[in-house]
Design a protein around this ligand. Structure first.
Ligand code: ARG
Length: 568
C-alpha cells in the first residue's frame, strides 16, 4: 500500500520531469502543521543550483503538479516552499484502505536483507544490571521493526562467557563455595565467591597466581575446571532467562564468546597470511596507519603469551555471521565505551574484504537524579531483576487505586504489562544517544509521554467496544466531518510513513513519539466526538476509526516490545 508521502513524492518527480526540471527532490511531512501536511523544498534547491528565482520555479512546477484528487490547491510559502494540505475525502479513502490492511498500510522494505542483531550480550558470573536495559530494549525493538519490514532477522545473544574472570571464579568455587547458598541463589553465590577472590588476590599475590593457574588449566581443557565453568555458565543463563521471560525477549541463537574459541587460531593465521596483521614484539597486531583516528591505536589479536583477545573473538564472530549465517548486515547494539573496539573490528573486516553492512548502534547512560551513573547506595550496579520486580509492584499500586475490583490474576498480568512497559518505553522514547535520568514517577505517570498513558488510550478504546457489546464494524469508507476525527484519521495514515523511518538512524523514539501524538489525537477526538449515541452511518464510521486507532496503538507498542492490557 502506498502512503500519501510516497504518492506525492512520485507525483513531484513526474512534475519535475514534465516541467523540464528533472531532479531528485525531497517531499517531507510539513515542519509546521499550519502550512499543511507535506512540503517540498524542490524549488529552493533548483533555484540555488540554477541561480533562478525559486518562487517562479515553484509556480512552474505547480503547473505540472497534479494532486487535485488528494489535496487542496498547493500553496507556495516563504522563499519557495511548496505546501500540500490533504483533503478530508482523500484522508477518508486512505484511512479506509489502512483499515482493511492487515499491515496497517506499512509496506515491506524494497530490498530485504538478512541481519544479525547482536544485543543484550551480558557477561556470565555477574547479574544483569540496570545498564542492560538500553541494549536489550533497543536491540529487541529494532529486531521487531526490521522483521516487520520484511527483513530476515537473527537475534544473537553474544554472552561474555569466557575470559580472565573465570580464573577467579574457579579459584573461588574450589576454595570458598557455600553449597547451601549456591542452592538458594546460585548467581548470588557465584558473584560472592568471585568478588571475594578478587579482593583476596588484590591483597595476596599468591592467590592471584593461583587464579591464573586455574585459568590456564581451563583454557587447556582441564576436565574439572571445564565442568565448573559449565556449571557457572548454566546458572547465569538461568538467571538471564528469568529476566528475558519477564521482559519478553527472545533470541534465535546465543553464541557466546566461548563458541568461537576453536576458531581463534584460524583467525590469526588468516590475518597473518593476508598481511592484514603483522608480528610486533612477539604479539600479532593489526596497525591502522592509514586511518588517522586509529593510527596510534593498533589492535592486538594474539598476545605475546599466545592468548587471544576480545577483538579476536569479535573477528571470528564477523566471519561466522557472514560466512556461516549468510548475513548481509550485522548490527551491534553496544554502549559507547566500545566505539573504538568496533571501529577497529570494522576496519579489519573491510580489509579482509567483507562487504556486509556493519553498524555499531550506541547509546547513552542511565543516570540517577544527581546525574551520576545509576548505582545502589553502596556503589554497586542496580540488579535488573530487582528493578523489574519493583516496576511491577509500583504498577500494581496504581491499578489497585484506579480499578480495585480487578481479580488477582488480572492484577498480576496488568501490573506486569504496565510495569515492564513503563521501563522499556521510558528508554525507547528518548533519543538513544542522550543520557537520561531514571524516574519512577515519570515513567509510571498516567499523563504525558509514557507507556501507561498509551496503554490507557488503548484500554479506553477497548472499553468503547465492551460497552457497545459489538466488535469493529465492517465498512467500506469512513465519513470524516469534524476536525478532530479528520486529524485522527490523518495520524492513522501516517503510521506507514513513520515505521520505516525508525531504521534510518536506528531511532525507535520516532515511533514512540508518533504513538504519543496518536494517543493525544485520539483523546481529543474522544472528548469532542460522540460515538455510540450517534445515528448510522456516522456511528459505524467512528467505531471503525476507534478500532483502527486501537490496532495502530497495539501494533506500534508491540513493535517496541510493549504489551497492552484489555483493561486497567
Ligand atoms: N559482553 C560484552 C559486554 O558486556 C558485550 C558484547 C557485545 N557484542 C560483541 N559482539 N562484542 O561489554
Amino acid at each position: 500500500m502506498e502512503t500519501f508521502q510516497t504518492i506525492l513524492a512520485k507525483r513531484l518527480s513526474d512534475a519535475l520531469i514534465a516541467a523540464g526540471l528533472p531532479h531528485a527532490a525531497e517531499l517531507t511531512p510539513a515542519t509546521d502543521p499550519r502550512f499543511g501536511d507535506y512540503q517540498t523544498n524542490a524549488a529552493l534547491v533548483l533555484g540555488k543550483e540554477r541561480s533562478e528565482n525559486p518562487k517562479i520555479l515553484a509556480a512552474k512546477i505547480l503547473t505540472q503538479f497534479d494532486v487535485g484528487d488528494l489535496c487542496d490547491p498547493p500553496t507556495v510559502a516563504g522563499a519557495g516552499f511548496i505546501n500540500f494540505t490533504l483533503r478530508a475525502d482523500a484522508i477518508a479513502r486512505k484511512a479506509g484502505e489502512v483499515l482493511r490492511n492487515e499491515r496497517l498500510g506499512v509496506a515491506k522494505a524494497k530490498s530485504t536483507r538478512r541481519i544479525v542483531i547482536d544485543f543484550g550480550s551480558p557477561n556470565v558470573a555477574k547479574p544483569m544490571h540496570v545498564g542492560h536495559i538500553r541494549s536489550t530494549a533497543l536491540g529487541d525493538a529494532l529486531a521487531r521493526i526490521a522483521q516487520f519490514l520484511g527483513h530476515e532477522v537473527i537475534r544473537d545473544n553474544h554472552v561474555g562467557d569466557w575470559g580472565t574472570q573465570f580464573g577467579m571464579v574457579i579459584y573461588g568455587w574450589k576454595n570458598l563455595l557455600d553449597r547451601e547458598a549456591l542452592q538458594r541463589d546460585p548467581l548470588a553465590e557465584i558473584v560472592r565467591i568471585y568478588k571475594e577472590t578478587n579482593e583476596r588476590s588484590a591483597k595476596d599475590p599468591q592467590v592471584g597466581e593461583a587464579c591464573r593457574r586455574e585459568l590456564v588449566k581451563l583454557q587447556a581443557g582441564d576436565r574439572e575446571n571445564v565442568r565448573i565453568w559449565n556449571e557457572c555458565v548454566a546458572f547465569s543463563m538461568q538467571d538471564f532467562d528469568h529476566i528475558y521471560k519477564l521482559l519478553d525477549i527472545h533470541y534465535d541463537i546465543q553464541c557466546g564468546e566461548s563458541f568461537y574459541n576453536d576458531r581463534l587460531p584460524g583467525v590469526v593465521d588468516r590475518l597473518l597470511k593476508s598481511g592484514v596483521a603483522e608480528i610486533s614484539e612477539g604479539a600479532v597486531v593489526v596497525f591502522f596507519r592509514d586511518i588517522p583516528e586509529l593510527a596510534d591505536k593498533p589492535c592486538i589479536v594474539r598476545k605475546r603469551d599466545g592468548g587471544f583477545n576480545y577483538a579476536t573473538t569479535d573477528l571470528a564472530t564477523v566471519d561466522y555471521r557472514i560466512n556461516d549465517l549468510k548475513a548481509d548486515g550485522i548490527w551491534y547494539v553496544v554502549g559507547a565505551p566500545q566505539i573504538l573496539h568496533f571501529k577497529q573490528i570494522f576496519a579489519i573486516a573491510r580489509r579482509e574484504g567483507y562487504s556486509a553492512d556493519l553498524r555499531h548502534i550506541t547509546f547513552g547512560s542511565i543516570l540517577r537524579a544527581d546525574r551520576k551513573i545509576m548505582k545502589t547506595r553502596s556503589g554497586e550496579n542496580v540488579p535488573l531483576r530487582d528493578l523489574l520486580e519493583e516496576a511491577c509492584k509500583r504498577a500494581r499500586k496504581i491499578i489497585e487505586e484506579k480499578n480495585p475490583d480487578l481479580s488477582e490474576t488480572d492484577k498480576i498480568d496488568i501490573a506486569q504489562k504496565i510495569g515492564i512497559g513503563a521501563i522499556k518505553y521510558f528508554d525507547l522514547s528518548q533519543y538513544r544517544m542522550t543520557d537520561y535520568v531514571f524516574s519512577w514517577e515519570k515513567m509510571l505517570s498516567l499523563q504525558g509521554n509514557t507507556a501507561p498513558y498509551l496503554q490507557n488510550a488503548y484500554v479506553r478504546i477497548r472499553s468503547i467496544f465492551r460497552k457497545a457489546g459489538e466488535s469493529a464494524p465492517n465498512i467500506g469508507n469512513l465519513i470524516l466531518k469534524s476536525p478532530a476525527e479528520i486529524n485522527l484519521a490523518k495520524r492513522l495514515c501516517q503510521f506507514a510513513e513513520v515505521v520505516p523511518q525508525v531504521l534510518n538512524d536506528f531511532r525507535p523514539n520516532i515511533l514512540a513519539n508518533y504513538l504519543f501524538e496518536l494517543a493525544n489525537s485520539f483523546h481529543a477526538f474522544y472528548e469532542t466526538c460522540q460515538v455510540l449515541k450517534l445515528e448510522e452511518p456516522a456511528r459505524s464510521s467512528r467505531l471503525a476509526l476507534c478500532d483502527l486507532a486501537g490496532r495502530v496503538l497495539q501494533r506500534g507498542l508491540d513493535l517496541l516490545g510493549i504489551k497492552v492490557p484489555e483493561k486497567m
